[in-house]
Design a protein around this ligand. Sequence first.
Ligand SMILES: Cc1cc2nc3c(=O)[nH]c(=O)nc-3n(C[C@H](O)[C@H](O)[C@H](O)COP(=O)(O)OP(=O)(O)OC[C@H]3O[C@@H](n4cnc5c(N)ncnc54)[C@H](O)[C@@H]3O)c2cc1C
Length: 313
Amino acid sequence: MLVNEKKHAYEHLRTLFGADCQADAFLARYTAARVGGQADVLLLVNSVEALAQAAQQLWELEMPFRVLGGGSNVLVSDDGVRDIVLLNRAREIEFDTASDPPAVWTASGVNFGSLARRAAAHRLSGLEWAAGIPGTVGGAIFGNAGAHGGDVAGNLLMAEILHQSGTRKTYSVDEMGFEYRSSRLKREKIAAVVLAARFALTSGDSATIQQKMDDYAEFRRRTQPPGASMGSMFKNPPGDYAGRLIEAAGLKGTRVGNAEISPLHANFFINHGGASASDIYALISQVRQLILQEFGITLELEIELLGDFLPLG
Ligand SMILES: Cc1cc2nc3c(=O)[nH]c(=O)nc-3n(C[C@H](O)[C@H](O)[C@H](O)COP(=O)(O)OP(=O)(O)OC[C@H]3O[C@@H](n4cnc5c(N)ncnc54)[C@H](O)[C@@H]3O)c2cc1C
């Protein structure tokens, strides 16, 4: 429930954003793992300009907020989120087939997988590796998403970033400071929003592009479990795989409530229906403790925690 101060803030935002502003919105429906409590206030944006304006307004009103893209790399607390949640559904796309190299400009709320498939429909190659990634372009840039040997750093030409100061800046790949599943924005917790991006592509042959995407999809089907999850829970430690360690510790199939460490891929934690964030968090704690005990390795989360959680040991 909204307390008075929040209620006042909500009413003010409602006058600014109308029906796109919702109170007490359940976040489970906006996350890939299908868990999470309520956001006191959820603000839906449908274009790059609406995203920029909303972020700017919230900074000016000194109202803390978090951008939520596909919700495929976050675990939202059962108690929900007190910061305002800015749900990014900015979905403009423009292909530039005449430029050299060919490129695509995309809003940050576009689903990354569907961007890859749209590029393929234009006979443009380069993003095949991204076809199975469920989140948005903004989330992928924030965390330098990658798969099958490709990653955002390898394709990005530039990202348009809005800063709290109101400055709208174009970042080159070097300026983004990409590392394994990380960017400068993520590491340095910079108060900034990814508005849009431009990716380099190459002209290709439809059948070859499609074949590559089919092969990657088949690989995922064979090696990754279906069902509600956040993808890989932990980053791979240097020279090893989180999944291999969890499997070696005998934790595959471990359950807390309706949350399970997948018997197919030990770095995927599945919500079989009705699991809570606390169930998943209990599995995270258990895995970290046992891996430290057995192998002397502290696994680092690949996903992010949204809302309040007890500190991990
Ligand atoms: C089944 C499954 C398979 C997956 N496979 C892969 C894979 O192969 N490779 C891989 O790298 N990941 C994978 N993931 C994880 C996830 O899909 C990616 O990390 C994805 O890029 C996250 O994007 P998102 O929009 O869902 O981000 P969210 O989960 O919504 O947000 C993640 C973080 O990014 C921030 N953020 C989001 N948008 C913006 C923005 N516009 N500006 C500033 N900050 C922003 C959020 O505030 C949050 O801190 C998988 C997930 C699932 C569920």
